[in-house]
Ligand binder design. Structure first.
Ligand code: ACO
Length: 384
């Protein structure tokens, strides 16, 4: 028996688990590319539908391909009444991420051939999920507030339709740009915890819905996708801009994590956070409410303090989740709905990784170094 303890990479830190051509995160220089295109270019010039196509198929679509793809997304947006009914029962008392997980899981019931893993069938299931997850999120938001379900509107683009379904009014041009930006920025980010979780499930040859459900469960945690909600809660707990430094200093002294800061890969400013921050500043030019102004003032003071204290010394910089909450508030979205939006957009990335992984599938099965006892004598229960 081998008794030499191996090196253990806790949290799989620094471990390569596969090759991928979907996205590249350069954590030292703060850069991100989807299929070779910089996130800045895509955020400025593309839209979520095109980005989803790019991630899934590995190339930008022609006009015909784009029309066909967006047509499928529009046709599949609505969700079955039984799914709506379950959302309605759960939404008033459960966290929206729990509702999302349950409702997404239900979609397998409507797939006549859920275990078909050939390439076209897999892509088709992913398109269905990309189409329906925003509707599940919007229905969850509506039913939480005891409002009526708003069916999807085919005349609207993908993310804009989501905002319409949740808010009940058609967004203006600036709001449309903001929501699409957030969908693009959240669409993909290499092998993070939720994507890895999706791949672990997919690697057993479970279906696309099962893999997606695993991803939603993993994204919920505050160390991952749930940080957007937690960061805004912290900004609200800080309360006033003048309380920012005291609050953060005390939290750090108490060894608390400052939500929306730090990243396993980025050891500099997250490029997505830079983009969100710049659009948030632009929103200040559009007669924002006192709440929005206060959020941004607190966020900017917290950012400065954290960079001074931990940025250069420990590589802890703002990540996308820090400015996401204040930006969603500009769009009138409640904090519990932030991570469900993350799910709706990340489906494009999760799905692309399933397609890529199944091309060369191997079941995920790491090993643990056993430190317990061996060969203990079994004592019957009445003699213990
Ligand atoms: N606030 C204060 N200190 C921090 C923070 C933070 N947000 N993040 C890391 N640190 C400190 C740790 O306390 C640790 O300090 P030590 O070396 O003195 O013990 C050191 O930095 C390294 O931290 P680890 O937890 O080992 O780093 P890891 O790479 O495992 O964790 C993580 C990354 C989970 C993102 C972490 O930075 C964190 O908890 N951040 C807050 C939650 C958050 O914003 N998550 C969203 C990430 S982006 C995304 O998932 C979409």
């Amino acid at each position: 028996m081998n008794t030499a303890k191996p090196t253990i990479n806790y949290g799989l830190e620094g471990i390569y688990v596969d090759e991928s051509s979907i996205s590249k995160v350069d954590g030292q220089n703060g850069k991100l590319w989807y299929r070779g295109y910089s996130i800045e270019n895509l955020a400025e010039q593309s839209n979520f539908e095109e980005v989803s196509y790019l991630l899934l198929y590995g190339k930008l679509p022609t006009k015909n391909e784009y029309d066909d793809f967006t047509g499928k997304l529009k046709d599949r947006r609505d969700i079955p009444k039984e799914v709506r009914d379950v959302i309605k029962v759960m939404a008033p008392t459960s966290h929206p991420m729990d509702v999302m997980r349950t409702a997404a899981s239900m979609l397998v019931m409507y797939d006549k051939d859920p275990n078909n893993r050939n390439l076209d069938a897999t892509i088709d299931k992913v398109i269905t999920l990309i189409a329906k997850l925003p509707t599940i999120a919007a229905a969850t938001g509506r039913f939480r507030e005891k409002k009526e379900y708003i069916p999807p509107d085919k005349s609207l683009g993908h993310s804009v339709n989501f905002l319409y379904m949740i808010n009940g009014k058609r967004p203006n041009e600036f709001e449309s740009k903001l929501i699409d930006l957030m969908f693009i920025l959240h669409a993909e980010h290499s092998t993070n915890a939720s994507t890895f979780s999706v791949l672990v499930t997919a690697s057993t040859l479970a279906d696309v819905y099962a893999a997606t459900t695993s991803g939603i469960g993993t994204l919920k945690g505050p160390l991952h996708g749930g940080a957007d909600e937690a960061a805004l809660k912290m900004i609200n707990a800080i309360g006033s801009p003048d309380n920012t430094e005291k609050y953060i200093e005390e939290a750090l002294e108490g060894k608390q994590r400052i939500m929306g800061f730090g990243h396993r890969v980025y050891k500099t400013y997250d490029p997505r956070a830079k983009l969100v921050r710049s659009y948030l500043e632009e929103s200040l030019e559009k007669e924002p409410s006192d709440e929005i102004k206060r959020h941004l003032q607190i966020a900017l003071r917290a950012e400065k303090l954290m960079i001074d204290k931990l940025g250069k010394s420990k590589g802890i910089w703002p990540n996308i989740d820090f400015f996401a909450g204040p930006l969603y508030r500009v769009l009138g979205i409640e904090s519990e709905m932030f991570t469900p939006i993350f799910v709706a957009s990340r489906m494009a990335g999760w799905g692309s990784h399933i397609v890529e992984y199944w091309n060369n599938n191997k079941i995920v099965r790491p090993v643990e170094w056993y430190i317990g006892s061996l060969d203990l004598p079994y004592v019957p229960i009445n003699k213990r």
